[in-house]
Design a protein around this ligand. Structure first.
Ligand code: ZN
Length: 163
């Protein structure tokens, strides 16, 4: 069976950036399982996997436009410390992450700089602007179940669990 819309694929993969650093991975014992064609993974990877089947190995380089997008300068801004009223002082440091409700939905905001009462925050995805390399092995491909199709995601080991 080939990977196509309405199939569920299990993958082992290693994700590296252009510096060759490993950012994420999944192996045979803990595969990544997803519903194809439901925009559950980045477009560049989804496109590269279409038509592949069990046992196929691929090495794909994905530009930011087909991954997590380019960095949007508008999402980087300076805000007064008073915006973080209620947060512990020790949490207001570069690298700290907050969740915030924005026009685009729930977003992760990262503090990138702290200068006195001026805090620089960045709402870009941590991988925005990055060219990504995926070394992928297709471990399994199966038809999605009715439930998976109506939920829009894969179930079972490696997928979503409902109670
Ligand atoms: Zn579900």
């Amino acid at each position: 069976m080939q990977i196509a819309p309405n199939t569920v694929a299990s993958l082992a993969y290693v994700l590296t950036n252009t510096q060759g650093e490993t950012l994420d991975q999944a192996d045979v014992h803990h595969p990544f399982v997803y519903l194809h064609g439901a925009h559950n993974i980045i477009p560049g990877l989804e496109n590269a996997l279409t038509g592949k089947q069990k046992g196929d190995e691929l090495d794909v380089t994905i530009p930011p436009e087909d991954a997590y997008g380019l960095k949007d300068e508008a999402l980087q801004q300076q805000v007064p410390r008073s915006m973080f009223a209620g947060a512990d002082e020790e949490h207001i440091v570069p690298g700290a992450q907050f969740h915030a409700q924005t026009n685009a939905g729930m977003q992760t905001i990262v503090i990138t700089a702290v200068e006195g009462d001026t805090i620089t925050i960045d709402g870009n995805h941590p991988l925005a602007g990055e060219t990504l390399n995926f070394k992928v092995t297709v471990l399994d491909v199966r038809a999605a179940t009715k439930d998976e199709l109506s939920h829009g995601h894969a179930h079972g080991p490696g997928g979503h669990h409902h109670h």
